[in-house]
Design a protein around this ligand. Structure first.
Ligand code: SAM
Length: 274
């Protein structure tokens, strides 16, 4: 029988390591809620048809909740070797086929290693949450969904609409690849140790029209210029692009507009002209 999560953490003396972005969820009510609401938003009752990838399982609270939803298989990718033994203990106890990868999620390719249909679930290490998200968005059509926890201010950037101070590169790329729903916000006391800020869980589901890696790369270049000087008019911030004023006018963007007034779709149209 498995010990409780707190017993596991004490047994392995697992003090959180700040440099690995570790804030643990030790309350099963919360981890179960993440899984329950993600399933409900997807209109499914379990993960029996899905191969699940969990990034950064840590002591395994969220992992236990994922296993409770009966996945077809579970692959965990964890950088901290202290947590690998905990995953091995879980593997012995579960009937779910489980793969344990001791490595860097930034270097791990779920599409190459795990069959479809696949989903990623993670309470992300906050220091690399955006690079990981952008990496998965480049291949989003290979996933049925991503259920991810971010710092609340990062979640706000991801979901920000135009004319909002948080709107920028990440909002545009996320919104051109996925439909995004907020599942819920968590206050700092839900975590051990408690961070200073709130967190949010988001569900990403790929759009049929999701843009591909090549398009994302082009948009990253344009948005870096446009939002690098976000108070400037686009004809000024994008002046290194040949005939920019004519190109903006051709797709109905006022050259005197600022970056945050331009919709994701219009940034896509502009990238297609360049
Ligand atoms: N899932 C656990 C939970 O909810 O309690 C831990 C979440 S904690 C916010 C992030 C986890 O990601 C930690 O276990 C940390 O060791 C792991 N991690 C950090 N950087 C990583 C990386 N590059 N690749 C894989 N795992 C990483």
């Amino acid at each position: 029988m498995l010990p409780t999560l707190r017993e596991t953490v004490e047994f392995y003396g697992l003090l959180a390591n700040k440099s690995l972005g570790q804030n643990f969820l030790l309350d099963s009510n919360i981890t179960d809620k993440i899984i329950r609401l993600s399933l409900a938003q997807q209109n499914i009752s379990d993960f029996k048809n899905h191969n699940i990838i969990e990034i950064g399982p840590g002591p395994g609270g969220l992992t236990r909740s994922i296993l409770g939803a009966n996945p077809k298989s579970l692959t965990v990718v964890e950088m901290d070797s202290r947590c690998i033994k905990i995953m091995e203990d879980l593997k012995v106890e579960t009937d779910t086929p489980m793969d344990i990868v001791n490595g860097d999620a930034l270097l791990f390719d779920p599409v190459a290693n795990i069959s479809a249909p696949r989903q990623i679930i993670s309470n992300l290490p906050y220091n690399i949450s955006v690079p990981l998200l952008l990496k998965w968005l480049c291949q989003i059509k290979n996933y049925t969904a991503l259920t991810l926890m971010f710092q609340k201010e990062v979640a706000e950037r991801i979901m920000a609409p135009t004319h909002n101070k948080d709107y920028g590169r990440v909002s545009i790329i996320a919104q051109l690849t996925c439909s995004i729903k907020k599942i819920f916000d968590l206050n700092p006391e839900c975590f051990t140790p408690a961070p200073k800020i709130w967190s949010s869980v988001l569900l990403f589901q790929p759009l049929d029209t999701a843009i591909n890696t090549e398009e994302i790369t082009k948009i990253e270049k344009i948005t870096a210029l446009a939002f690098g000087q976000r108070r400037k008019m686009l004809r000024q911030s994008l002046k290194s692009i040949k005939d920019i004023t004519a190109k903006l006018e051709q797709i109905g963007i006022n050259p005197t507009a600022r970056a945050e007034e331009v919709s994701p779709q219009k940034f896509l149209e502009l990238s297609q002209l360049i």
